[in-house]
Design a protein around this ligand. Structure first.
Ligand code: N01
Length: 556
């Protein structure tokens, strides 16, 4: 693909070809970035591949799709009016409600006029000559922009394993991450589902309820805690809204930027007695969802501590699931939380249904997809439809799909061959004026994404404003700062138990993907570092004016 020559003489007021910024993606990150840049007086355009806005919440519309961070926290905080006026109906918002909220935001802030739908960016190349990004789309657009900002999401490039015979099946197939827009009715159908991650854990109870029969193919069992979802108590909503500034501020001090309203993990599990631990875990089980992992401060850092939580959940599985053999197969053996903890509604109990069968494929991978269904463990399974709940090429997948070229025609894909390399997850050396919102090397997926997105957008907005005030033309990280950051991200991860299992955080879910822990562990120290970088005049970045390059600290 080559970038079309830009006709600099054409100036269509409604569709300028020379922009201040191009933003790729119209999910939570892209929408707020557009709003922020407009407030700063910049001309920006968002390109979005989907035919509607919403990003991950547009594509992931499988039955049961729901957020695992509470709705009162999984929302923007940049506008006091917005956070006061919007009424959430459930403790954990469903996908349709979140999509409605996103659309409300777009209308409220008049964002749609700068969003181009049905348009996938296929190439972005930096030209040293004019210090601009030249961007081409599959709709034939060729524009140039001073800044190229990737708001492409961390979980937006679906992973469909390359099973033998993948196209042979005669019936319909669905991927949870790219679900059809019409309602799929599984009534009377024989359904097969591959995968038991967060998406499957949410979908399985609902599909099982409708289908004549559901077969679940499980490669690795997952820990899941009941979400305890319920209608949102108006008194709780009112109390949070009355104190929103404090609620948000307290969350920003939490390791993962959410959940400050729950008891903080002060003690170590190993310092508690078995009876105290049992009570604590039981209390957390009743609270529901991700706060379970906050029971003790050492759960993600000490194997023996983690074992106590793992055994508690395995005990729950044995209590809930009537067939001991099935309970054993559903019982994970890895560290709790090292793959993302799931939050469910009746997941384990679903395996007590007579129309549900669990097939353990941990030792025998699926042999092939067949015209009638699939073949596994020497057995032929016949289905009316198959659901792939097989996850994503996380964090780097959607960037790798675009031909991104920095200075000297360096391809990002090539630079990241052995794993992503960024400074702060915000930028990468050799790619001036290129920003990644919640990029690898930032806390992103380990946190409440909305908090991390807003922190990045605010940082990028302030950086662009700083450049304007001081007449800098380009900014990019130094190789030294980037190398030190990559090492730091890894050493922090290595202090935790996160790298101990085959998670998508590590890229270990995809054959051939380099095994590198991608997110940064710890939101507050990360924000402190970002602020310190700014206070020191964009320490670790190279800022260049039209005539000179400035590597020494400049006024903050
Ligand atoms: O994807 P996953 P997901 N043969 O990668 C299996 C967020 N999310 O879409 O574990 C057979 O977790 C794979 O097996 P294994 C959340 O952050 C949030 O479910 O690799 N099986 C696994 O069981 C989450 O973590 C929410 O051995 C294969 C499954 O497919 C992230 O998105 C809801 C296979 C994939 O699980 C991803 O979740 C949904 C193969 N070749 C998602 N390849 C909430 O907010 C893969 N698998 C609640």
């Amino acid at each position: 693909m080559t970038v079309k020559t830009i006709d600099h003489t054409t100036t269509d007021k409604n569709s300028p070809r020379e922009l201040d910024a191009v933003i790729v993606g119209a999910g939570f990150a892209g929408l707020y970035m557009l709003h922020r840049l407009r407030q700063q007086g910049l001309v920006a355009r968002v390109f979005e591949a989907g035919d509607e806005i919403g990003g991950t919440w547009y594509w992931n519309r499988y039955p049961g799709a729901r957020c695992d961070v509470e709705s009162l926290e999984y929302s923007y905080q940049f506008s006091e009016e917005l956070q006061q006026e919007w009424e959430w109906t459930e403790r954990y918002a469903s996908q349709p409600e979140i999509l409605k909220y996103i659309n409300h935001v777009a209308d409220r802030f008049d964002l749609r006029r700068d969003i181009q739908l049905n348009t996938r960016v296929v190439q972005a190349a930096f030209n040293v000559g004019d210090a601009r990004w030249h961007i081409a789309t599959d709709a034939g657009d060729a524009v140039s922009a001073k800044f190229c900002i990737m708001a492409t999401g961390c979980l937006s490039s679906t992973n469909l394993p390359n099973f033998d015979g993948i196209t042979d099946f005669h019936g319909p197939t669905y991927h949870t991450g790219n679900w059809p827009h019409e309602t799929i009715d599984f009534s009377g159908k024989r359904v097969g589902i591959i995968g038991t991650g967060s998406s499957a854990v949410q979908a399985i109870p609902i599909v099982a309820d409708q289908a004549a029969h559901l077969t679940v193919f499980q490669r690795t069992p997952n820990y899941s805690v009941p979400a305890q979802n319920m209608p949102l108590d108006p008194a709780i909503q009112q109390a949070v809204k009355a104190d929103y500034a404090n609620v948000r501020a307290n969350n920003s001090q939490m390791p993962f930027a959410w959940g400050a309203r729950y008891k903080l993990p002060e003690d170590a599990a190993l310092a508690a007695t078995p009876a105290q631990r049992q009570n604590e875990y039981e209390e957390r089980w009743q609270i529901g969802g991700l706060p379970f992992i906050g029971a003790y401060s050492d759960l993600l850092f000490n194997q023996a501590a983690n074992d106590t939580a793992a055994e508690f959940i395995r005990g729950k599985i044995r209590e809930i699931v009537q067939d001991p053999k099935v309970a054993e197969l559903l019982s994970p053996r890895h560290v709790v939380g090292c793959k993302r903890l799931c939050a469910d509604t009746h997941y384990y109990a679903t395996f007590n249904r007579t129309n549900v069968r669990l097939v353990d494929i941990s030792a025998d991978p699926i042999e092939r997809i067949t015209t009638a269904g699939l073949r596994a463990k020497g057995e032929d399974f016949a289905f009316d439809c198959i659901i792939f709940a097989t996850g994503f090429d996380a964090m780097t997948g959607s960037l790798a799909k675009i031909d991104i070229r920095g200075k000297n025609n360096l391809a990002l894909k090539e630079k990241w061959q052995a794993g992503p390399r960024t400074y702060l997850g915000l930028g990468t050396a050799g790619f001036p004026n290129f920003f990644t919102i919640s990029g690898p090397g930032s806390p992103s997926v380990l946190t409440n994404m909305l908090v991390s997105i807003e922190q990045h957008v605010n940082w990028i907005g302030a950086c662009i404003e700083h450049m304007r005030r001081h007449q800098f033309v380009t900014i990019e990280p130094t190789v030294q700062a980037e190398d030190a950051w990559v090492e730091h991200v890894n050493s922090v991860a290595d202090m935790s138990l996160f790298p101990t299992c085959n998670s998508w955080y590590l890229g270990a879910n995809l054959p051939g993907k380099p095994r590198v822990f991608m997110p940064y562990v710890g939101y507050p120290p990360y924000v402190e570092k970002c602020n310190e970088v700014v206070a020191k005049g964009y320490d670790g970045f190279v800022l260049a004016t039209a005539t000179a390059t400035k590597t020494e600290p400049c006024p903050a």
